[in-house]
Design a binder for this molecule. Structure first.
Ligand SMILES: [Zn+2]
Length: 589
């Protein structure tokens, strides 16, 4: 009997052996039978490659069936049931793997992440993340040490977690003059999460931000003082600042680094938000991948405001030679606004201001005007892709919903659209009602439960309490049938928390960085798991292949160190991945 260990067998895909039409009709058959059942016609009499036995398997199918054994052939599940029944299928060549009584759940799907950035920031950025770096003073010290070792004129990027102005001891960010002092010979950009940055004088000059210039080329903005001088504060400059890794480094990240990191936390699929500049690298990796262990659904963004989003998305497709079971283009992304934790999410009410970084009466930043949001949603729909609208503030959420309502009224065709970060910072009754109406026609929402542990405190410091208390209402979303899909947003808030168990713990216990936050919004363990599996699969349009353990779907599973259904909720955060299985092969243990 084989115990769980990393296999080095080639990953074979059932999908490669059947024409698409045949494959689709088989899936239909497979999905209509209950999980514990005889196999569909194509699998009967064929010896399974692998049989997994002795597990506590939560299938997360529609009936929440459980099982103890699974048979796998060519990467897909052919049978699910009890040990005795499934063992009978074994032939002399079938490998048998013992789950040793452990809890097994479907492979996790990260429904919103920026994987390439995560890896290169780990390698190439000054790490000034709270709480390891507790103050502006400590951050400056790190930047100075880095600058002393850097060649002159070389870009220096500094990673700070979102809302660092609320977290650093000084209750502010480092400023332009301080960055000039510690790094006089290098352009420096310090990122406060994704949507706000502080630049030194040399960086401003290289970005073309001089007196009176408040708009950058690719959607970013610069804050000016009363005399028209740039203060150093920049918003939404994701596409304006140069990136550091070489093409070779990026290829390496996509083909190895990212897979390893995500597999380690039980992820078998990611929705990889990819800048158009890095897309050729992704396409190259997709074409040449030998043994992928992570399934990529790619979503492409051009500039923050999607101004240069082409009408025809065919250049974004994965190459024909790429394995469609591992690489596919899913959609496109647009940033409607900034983000509430740095007071740039687009709001109806003014933020509680911070003099150094906020314009007077600050209500956030609208990055993409309504007509352009409408356009992005239409481009995606026309080409049978989904649009992802980043909507952080309440006013931005309404604009996103409006664009999707218009789309749904104007077409009977594909109306698959997503709102990112829906209700994370606030959500009112009318937004919930609008979203509920749009759900049956193809609205999906993505949420980031880990932020409960990182951003609730800052929300109450940045926004009126009446607004802040309406964030993170998962119970309401689920009761309205919205099926929130969870994502890590690595590295939307700069190398944040990739651990899905931390997120599940927060959603179930409602622990936050401001104490227990609204217990009535707690979710069940099954719901917390669904957010990272079946609902995430639906949010990327792939629930026929992923998200639950059912006949015909990929044999992607996670073996948990402890039984998530048996432990007390506060122990969920301590869970570990005992093994990650992709296509029936152990890729991490
Ligand atoms: Zn993001």
């Amino acid at each position: 009997m084989t115990h769980l260990k990393c296999a080095c067998h080639g990953l074979v895909n059932f999908g490669n052996h059947l024409p698409n039409t045949q494959r689709r009709s088989l899936l239909k058959v497979a999905l209509t039978v209950p999980a514990i059942s005889v196999a569909p016609a194509w699998a009967i009499g064929k010896d399974p490659d692998i049989i997994f036995v002795n597990g506590k398997i939560s299938t997360l199918d529609a009936r929440h069936n459980t099982a103890t054994a699974i048979a796998v052939k060519q990467g897909k599940i052919t049978h699910i049931g009890d040990d005795a029944t499934i063992r009978k299928l074994a032939s002399s060549t079938t490998r048998i793997v013992d789950f040793k009584g452990k809890r097994v759940v479907p492979g996790f799907i990260d429904a919103h992440c920026h994987p390439m950035e995560t890896i290169y920031m780990q390698n190439d950025w000054v790490d000034a993340r709270y709480p390891d770096v507790p103050s502006v003073k400590a951050a400056l010290k790190r930047i100075q040490a880095w600058a002393n070792k850097s060649e002159p004129n070389k870009w220096i990027f500094v990673a700070c977690v979102s809302a660092s102005q609320n977290k650093f001891q000084e209750k502010r960010l480092p400023n332009r003059a301080e960055l000039d002092r510690v790094a006089p010979n290098n352009p420096v950009v310090l990122a406060n999460g994704t949507h706000m940055a502080v630049a030194n004088s040399m960086a401003l000059k290289m970005l073309g931000v001089t007196k009176g210039v408040n708009k950058l080329k690719h959607g970013g903005s610069a804050l000016l003082d009363a005399q028209g001088e740039p203060t150093g504060v920049l918003t939404d400059v994701q596409a304006d600042v140069p990136t550091t890794p070489t093409v070779e480094e990026m290829r390496d990240y996509y083909s190895t680094g990212i897979q390893k990191l995500w597999n380690q936390y039980g992820f078998t699929s990611v929705l990889a938000i990819t800048p158009s500049a890095a897309l050729p690298v992704m396409q190259y990796v997709a074409q040449h991948a030998k043994q992928p262990t992570l399934r990529y659904t790619v979503s492409v963004w051009t500039s923050s405001n999607a101004h240069d989003m082409p009408e025809d998305l065919s250049a974004f497709e994965m190459p024909a030679a790429a394995n469609p079971d591992f690489y596919r283009l899913g959609g496109i992304k647009d940033w409607v606004d900034g983000e509430n934790d740095c007071r740039t999410g687009y709001m109806y009410e003014a933020y509680i201001g911070h003099a150094e970084t906020d314009p007077p009466g600050n209500k956030g930043t609208l990055v993409t005007p309504q007509t352009d949001i409408d356009r992005v949603v239409k481009i995606a729909a026309k080409q049978k892709k989904f649009s992802m609208l980043h909507c952080s503030g309440d006013r931005a959420m309404d604009m996103g919903l409006t664009a999707i309502e218009k789309l749904m009224h104007s077409t009977k065709g594909n109306t698959f659209a997503r709102i990112e970060h829906f209700g994370m910072f606030q959500m009112n009754a009318s937004q919930l009602e609008r979203a509920k109406k749009l759900k049956p026609r193809g609205l999906h929402i993505s949420v980031q439960p880990t932020w409960l542990l990182e951003l609730v405190k800052a929300d109450f410091e940045n926004m009126p309490a009446a607004v802040a208390k309406t964030g993170f209402q998962f119970r309401k979303m689920i009761d309205a049938g919205l099926e929130p899909a969870a994502g890590t947003d690595m590295t939307g808030i700069y190398m944040g928390n990739i651990n899905p168990f931390t997120a599940m713990y927060a959603s179930v216990t409602r622990n936050s960085d401001r104490g227990v936050f609204q217990t009535e919004q707690a979710v069940s363990v099954t719901e917390a798991l669904s957010m990272w599996t079946i609902w995430a699969a639906r949010s990327i349009g792939e629930s026929k292949l992923k998200g639950s353990l059912e006949i015909g779907k990929y044999a992607d599973m996670v073996v948990l160190s402890d039984d998530i259904f048996a432990i007390t909720p506060d122990k969920i955060k301590d869970l570990k991945v005992a093994a990650t299985i992709v296509n029936g092969e152990v890729v991490y243990s």
